[in-house]
Design a binder for this molecule. Structure first.
Ligand SMILES: Nc1nc2c(c(=O)[nH]1)N[C@H]1C(S)=C(S)[C@@H](COP(=O)(O)O)O[C@H]1N2
Ligand SMILES: [Mo]
Length: 257
């Protein structure tokens, strides 16, 4: 994409996000969770980045010629969890994306319903902390559209993504993959629930049938195999309380790039 085109886009995105950001930021800075985060070193990084780069700024986008011929798959590549295996064997016909928690209207969206929502396509670079990057094209429903149809309650501060896979094979739920983002990222222009990769249905190794793309964040925030989206006011009741599978194991919650 030309830099002129990009600049025009950025301005539009910044303008449309500005109204939302004012109220969202006020709500965010008042929340207990964010206060705690700001007190930590991680919060310092987040504040520094927020001061330097507006949260609504777009991640770089690339051209079709930049798409990686062999995009790496990482973490879970083929979930063995029985409920997922059954869904996959039926071609995901029975898949319902549950949207619940602090919302006015809990949803159970079929893939057809998800595909009918306002969508976005983007060619972006995925950066994994393990030291590799790949470029891919993603198409999906805008998370903002999903959240707007469910109606977020005023107390909602974070959006949690519950996944179909256990990355750690535990007998209880503690090994299940999950992730969470704040409302700035949830309503970001490029934050989508991707159902297509490189113009074809999302393959199983990359998170079929639906995975999160949150382009201003590192790879582990991009939850694959998303089964349920939950709006919460605090992350403390989930997993070990750090807001994600890898965060519970020492990674930073705010993985902005
Ligand atoms: N459900 C689930 N989501 C996940 C993971 C996982 O193991 N399970 N791994 C994460 C990591 S570390 C990365 S780098 C990306 C990898 O996405 P990819 O397989 O499409 O490259 O997914 C992220 N999301
Ligand atoms: Mo990663």
């Amino acid at each position: 994409m030309s830099s002129i085109h990009r600049r025009g886009w950025l301005t539009g995105a910044a303008a449309s996000a500005a109204g939302f950001m004012l109220t969202a930021c006020d709500r965010l800075t008042q929340s207990a969770g964010v206060q705690a985060a700001l007190a930590s070193a991680e919060g310092l990084t987040q504040r520094t980045q927020r001061a330097l780069i507006p949260r609504a700024a777009l991640a770089p986008e690339f051209g079709p010629e930049d798409i990686s011929p062999d995009f790496r798959a990482n973490g879970t590549r083929n979930p063995q969890d029985p409920a997922y295996v059954a869904l996959r064997d039926s071609g995901f016909a029975g898949y319902r994306l549950v949207v619940d928690g602090l919302v006015d209207r809990p949803l159970g969206l079929s893939l057809a319903e998800l595909r009918a929502l306002p969508a976005r396509s983007q060619i972006t670079r995925h950066d994994c902390v393990e030291g590799w990057s790949s470029i891919g094209k993603w198409t999906g429903a805008r998370l903002s559209a999903v959240l707007q149809s469910a109606g977020l309650k005023a107390e909602a501060r974070f959006i949690v993504f519950h996944c179909a896979d256990k990355l750690e094979p535990t007998a209880d739920e503690s090994g299940r993959y999950y992730e969470s983002i704040d409302l700035d990222d949830a309503f970001h222009e490029q934050t989508i629930l991707a159902y297509d990769m490189n113009d074809a249905p999302l393959p199983v190794p990359h998170g079929a049938p639906v995975r999160l793309r949150v382009e201003r964040q590192l790879g582990y925030k991009h939850a694959k195999y998303v089964m349920r989206i939950e709006a919460v006011d605090s992350l403390s009741g989930l997993g070990r309380g750090k807001g994600g599978f890898w965060e519970d194991r020492g990674y930073e919650w705010y993985a902005g790039i």
